[in-house]
Design a protein around this ligand. Structure first.
Ligand SMILES: [Zn+2]
Length: 167
């Protein structure tokens, strides 16, 4: 069986930044492989494009450009936020929570939540980067396809894999 839409694919992967010998971002080797339903948007399209039609046991390795992965850095996603917004009920700013490198969650007026990271401290303002952490990066994937099976009707309806622990 080879990989196509609505197959449940189980695979191991190693993800490195920029190149095969780049900085390790994450890997499943030594742990549990991931399973996903192919072709329904669970994985980034660039990743799936390189795996379509491949068979069980196939070892893969490919590099995705930022455009094929999480897109380029969007300068409009860098937002200056007044430090006053980080004051607690006593009017004090939590120094730890407002340090450069700290994650931030914010809601827009429509109630949507965005995850960002503090990247700069400008006295009375903080610069928060709401780009995806992997935006602007080329991603090198390598690994091995462990198994391929048909997704059940229920799995396709739910949009996720039922691995025995899930209802
Ligand atoms: Zn389900």
């Amino acid at each position: 069986m080879s990989i196509s839409k609505h197959k449940v694919v189980t695979l191991h992967y190693t993800l490195k930044e920029g190149a095969e010998d780049g900085k390790m971002i994450e890997e499943t080797f030594g742990g549990t492989p991931i399973s996903f339903i192919f072709g329904i948007g669970q994985m980034i399209p660039g990743f799936e494009a390189h795996l379509e039609g491949k068979d069980e046991g196939h070892d893969y390795a490919f590099l995705l450009s930022p455009e094929e992965a999480y897109g380029n850095q969007n300068p409009n996603a860098l937002v200056e936020v007044p430090k006053k917004n980080f004051e607690n009920a006593e009017g004090k700013i939590d120094e730890k929570a407002t340090a450069v490198g700290q994650p931030v969650r914010m809601k827009n007026p429509e109630g949507q939540t965005f995850q960002g990271t503090i990247v700069d401290d400008k006295e009375d303002k903080l610069v928060v980067d709401f780009n995806h952490p992997m935006a602007g990066k080329s991603l090198h994937f390598s690994g091995s396809i462990i198994s391929i099976r048909e997704a059940s009707k229920e799995e396709i309806e739910h949009g996720h894999v039922h691995d025995g622990t899930h209802h």
